[in-house]
Design a protein around this ligand. Structure first.
Ligand code: 4NP
Length: 168
């Protein structure tokens, strides 16, 4: 079982949306081994809460389904059996936080910016603002629609590369 964990700040907007899109794309791809997709926040404000209603509306209008309860990532996540093989952070701040939680070099090597898998952004490195999925929490519904498009482009790029990654 290969495990992918999407990570944002609150685990109610961006990373649950990434979880729903990635799961849908991966299911459709029919890969050679099972891939588990989940999500987490770097903060614990929304533990056990459902996703933001704006995220759910945006997902459902685009045909995605999601059942959600917020969780917070900790260093223990890197140490437990069944730990994530790939952690996909939404912005540079989430990236730095997760890198700092990771206990060793192999763990840090599993952490990537989600949008680094978007082929149109190839070659950009973490910290480049063009790799950020901006936080839609304070904005209007439009922001969620833009976030969904960014996530879909990155998910397509990732799913194209996953067969090679699963064989590695
Ligand atoms: P997310 O968005 O990181 O995409 O889930 C946020 C959700 C909640 C808050 C901030 C960002 N908050 O301040 O509660």
């Amino acid at each position: 079982m290969y495990r992918i964990t999407a990570v944002c700040l609150g685990n109610i907007c961006r990373s649950p949306m990434a979880e729903a899109v990635l799961r849908s794309r991966i299911d459709a791809a029919g890969l050679s081994q099972p891939v588990l997709v989940d999500s987490a926040g770097t903060d614990g404000w929304h533990i056990d809460e459902d996703a933001d209603p704006r995220a759910l509306t945006t997902l459902r209008s685009a045909g995605y389904d999601l059942t959600h309860a917020g969780r917070q990532i900790t260093t223990e996540w890197f140490l437990e059996p069944g730990r994530p093989d790939l952690l996909l952070t939404m912005d540079a701040s989430n990236y730095t936080t997760v890198i700092d939680l990771a206990p060793d070099d192999p763990s840090r090597g599993r952490v990537h910016m989600l949008r680094s898998f978007d082929p149109s952004l190839a070659g950009l490195t973490p910290g480049d603002p063009r790799l950020d999925v901006p936080d839609p929490w304070y904005g209007a519904h439009d922001g969620f629609v833009e976030v969904l498009a960014m996530i879909e482009a990155a998910a397509d790029g990732l799913v194209a590369r996953l067969p090679t990654m699963l064989d590695a």
